[in-house]
Design a protein around this ligand. Sequence first.
Ligand code: PMV
Length: 318
Amino acid sequence: MSPSTSITRATAPAKIILLGEHAVVYGKPAIAIPVMERQAEVIIEPGRPHAGIVLHAENLGRRYLLDAVPVDEPLAFTVRNVLRRLGIRSEPDLRITVTSTIPIASGLGSGAAVATALVKALSAHLGARLSPEQVSGLVYETEKLHHGTPSGIDNTVIAFGCPIWFRRDTPPEPFNVGSAFHLLIADTGVSSPTRVTVAEVRGRWSAARSVYEQIFERIGTVVEAARLVLESGDAPALARLMNANQELLRQLDVSSPVNERLIEAALQAGALGAKLSGGGRGGNIVALVAPESAAAIQDALMAAGAQCVFQTSLEPAP
Ligand code: PMV
């Protein structure tokens, strides 16, 4: 396998968890969707002879020679993992440029998206065709560096690039929606590491297992119903299920006043349904909206203190 002499480019979208966060860690299903409006991009060009691999990640604040950074630096780790998987022992001379429009540490899967674009671009540049499952598996290794023991939902939805029904330890199921769903994603501006909220839930679960397991069970039931309404294209039903999921997330104590303020503002301004997305205690909220009321709801979210709000939609595959 010899490296391409031309330029190879790959992108990967951001993601959000639509339903099922936290319960997914305990074996329940969750639904995640790609967010095409925010992307990571990797460009690979032939490097200077004998220069090795040089990584430029200026907007992530990094520029370095692969060999000059610790082995667990995420980008370098990902590159080495791909080379190992492809059986390439001697480092090719490459210039790798990484850029991303995905905010870091905000529940949009920035780390997984950068790693996915990197795995796709590097493997293609070196002449290998990896399946979405293989890309996802490699990215999961990088995710473990960022997040400890993640469920694997981020790497899966980003590598597949379509809505995913995800359950731990079972093959992910890509699925299609029955009609377009319009969503607003609003950032509370409060950064909240997922590993902290996951650990807090674990502590509460250890102290009162049966209470927490009932909540996880009910979240699982909501997610099962949501898949059917997504497939049939029923927005009002999805909205009710998002609201029911949010109530259960409150019971898990992963919501917070900032999440509640934005959810309330969205609902008051006419959103059909709204919930937190991801780890909670800050991070993002997601609201399901009718397209004609999206602008007014976006304004209401900003007035309620959102740091940034953007629209995305879930479209049926052609
Ligand atoms: O914060 P995010 O969007 O990466 O989502 C975390 C989702 C959890 O279920 C809370 C954790 C996990 O690993 O699935």
